[in-house]
Design a binder for this molecule. Structure first.
Ligand code: 4NP
Length: 175
């Protein structure tokens, strides 16, 4: 993974934090971002690092507030041993205080988050998910699976499992 100096400085500061707070963001908060939340929590549980991470997800849109993730997303995640129990919510201004890293799934989410960020400092917390995904997978974003078939949901989980493993490693204290 190649990281520019500004991102490297952010990751270094997060590595030193005893508790890293991560918010995943997509459009609806029913497919990609709750899946990312579940996948990262699964990595964290396998590593026994639950006390060092806070993980949540939210949507830039507000159509599905209070709902569980899309049933198809839950079924595909469950097939990989991951239960998605998040309840959909919309991004709120306080998220920029409450989280250290805010991770959009695609360019639209990135644009919308940048317009919501209350300051330049807050905007620096926004790091696209693709930053963590191995370039050999061929994706510069996590594609919306909502109108896709089963393969769309499998692709999302493949990308997220790859990216969240790298995210966990990048932000973990090497000691
Ligand atoms: P997500 O997918 O952003 O990955 O949760 C979507 C889910 C629902 C809608 C759009 C995207 N929608 O328009 O309802």
């Amino acid at each position: 993974m190649t990281v520019n100096p500004q991102l490297q400085a952010l990751f270094t500061s997060l590595r030193e934090k005893p508790r890293k707070r991560v918010l995943f963001v997509c459009l609806g908060n029913i497919c990609r971002s709750p899946a990312a939340e579940g996948v990262l929590l699964d990595v964290i549980a396998h590593e026994g690092a639950q006390d060092r991470w806070v993980v949540d997800s939210a949507g830039t849109g507000g159509w599905h507030i209070g709902e569980l993730p899309d049933r198809r997303m839950r079924v595909h995640a469950r097939n990989r041993g991951i239960e998605l129990t998040h309840r959909t919510r919309q991004v709120r201004p306080s998220d920029f205080d409450d989280f250290d890293l805010i991770i959009p799934m695609d360019a639209n989410n990135l644009r919308d988050l940048r317009s919501l960020a209350p300051s330049l400092e807050a905007a620096r917390k926004i790091v696209p998910m693709a930053t963590f995904i191995d370039p050999s997978m061929g994706y510069d974003h996590v594609p919306d699976p909502y109108y896709e078939g089963a393969e769309g949901f499998e692709l999302v989980l493949d990308l997220l499992q790859n990216g969240c493993r790298t995210l966990f490693t990048q932000l973990s204290d090497p000691r």
